[in-house]
Design a protein around this ligand. Sequence first.
Ligand SMILES: NC(=O)c1ccc[n+]([C@@H]2O[C@H](COP(=O)([O-])OP(=O)(O)OC[C@H]3O[C@@H](n4cnc5c(N)ncnc54)[C@H](OP(=O)(O)O)[C@@H]3O)[C@@H](O)[C@H]2O)c1
Length: 300
Amino acid sequence: MKKLLLTGASGFLGYNTCLLGSSSWAVWGIARSDFVKPAGVNLIRADLTHSARLRRVFSEVQPDAVIHTAAASRLDWCRDNPEESFRINVQASVLIAELCGEASIPCVFTSSDMVFDGFNAPYGEEDPVCPASVYGEQKVLAEEGMKRVYPRVVICRMPLMFGDPGPVSFNFFQDMIDAFKTGRELKLFTDEFRTPVSAETAAGGLFLALEKGRGILHLGGRERISRHDFGLLTAEVMGLSKARIIPCLRKDIPMAALRPPDLSLDSSRAFALGYRPLTLREQLLKLIPSPHASGLELPH
Ligand SMILES: NC(=O)c1ccc[n+]([C@@H]2O[C@H](COP(=O)([O-])OP(=O)(O)OC[C@H]3O[C@@H](n4cnc5c(N)ncnc54)[C@H](OP(=O)(O)O)[C@@H]3O)[C@@H](O)[C@H]2O)c1
C-alpha cells in the first residue's frame, strides 16, 4: 500500500480522513496530543512548528502523498495569538509544501471558505480573496506561500463541516446536539449562510483532490442554508426537540455582526471531477448509526 502522511490526525477533519483513508492507504497520522487512534493508523507525535522535527518525519516516513489538515482553526484564538497561529497556519504549511516539492509527491492542503468576506457569494475558485479575519488572512498567506514553493499543491477550500468530532476535537455540531438533548436554549442566525458538508463527505473530497485535483478546488455542499435552518433540519433528522431553537439576526449579537454573512461556495469544478455530496438530510441520516459517534452520543 502507498503511504499517506496526514497532518492533524487528532482533529475533526483529520480523524474522519484517517477513518476513510485507512482501507486504501497506509496512513501515517501526525498529532500533538495523545489520542485513541483509529485501528490501522500509524501515529506520529510531532509539533509541526518545529521545522527540524517536520523534516525528520518526512525523511523517516518517505510518504507517497500528503494531506495537510493541521491548523489553528479557531478564529478567536488566531485573533488573540497571531504569531503562534502564523507558525502553524502559514510557516508549517509552506514547509510541508516545500518538502512535498523536494520529494515530488502530491500534496493537498485544507484552506477555508474564510478566505472570503461573505459579501459576494457564491464564491468560485477564480474570485478574488478578501479575508475578514486573522485566520482567513493566514489561510490566504498559506495558499500563496505553498503555491510559490510547490506549484503542484492542490488547495481545497473547505466549507463549514459537521459530524463526529473524533476523540479530542470539538465542534459547533457537537454543541448543537448537546443543546437539543439537554433542552438548552440555542440562538441560531437566520441571516448567516454556508454550504456545509459532513466531515466524511469532505474527507472523500480530499482523496478525490489527491487523485484528480489541480490548483484550487472548492469542496462545498450542494445546498446553501442558514445556521437556523440547518439547526431545524438537524433536530428533525435526529429526532430531537426544536422547541428551544431561537431564530436571531447577526445584528442582534454585537460580535456576530462582524462575521461573514454568506460564505457559500460554488463547487461545480469539484462536482465535475466526481465530488458528489449527498443532500444535507442524507448526510445527517448517515451520522445516526455511526459506530464512531462516541463524541456526539447521537440517539440510535
Ligand atoms: N471545521 C470546519 O468547519 C472547517 C471549515 C473550513 C476549513 N477548515 C480547515 O480544515 C482543517 C481541519 O479543521 P478541523 O476542524 O479538523 O480542525 P481541528 O479539529 O481544530 O484540528 C486541528 C488539528 O491540527 C493539529 N495541530 C494544531 N497545531 C499543531 C501543531 N503545532 N503541530 C501539530 N499538529 C497541530 C491538532 O493537533 P492536536 O489537537 O493533537 O494538537 C489537530 O489535529 C483546518 O485546516 C481548518 O482550517 C475547517
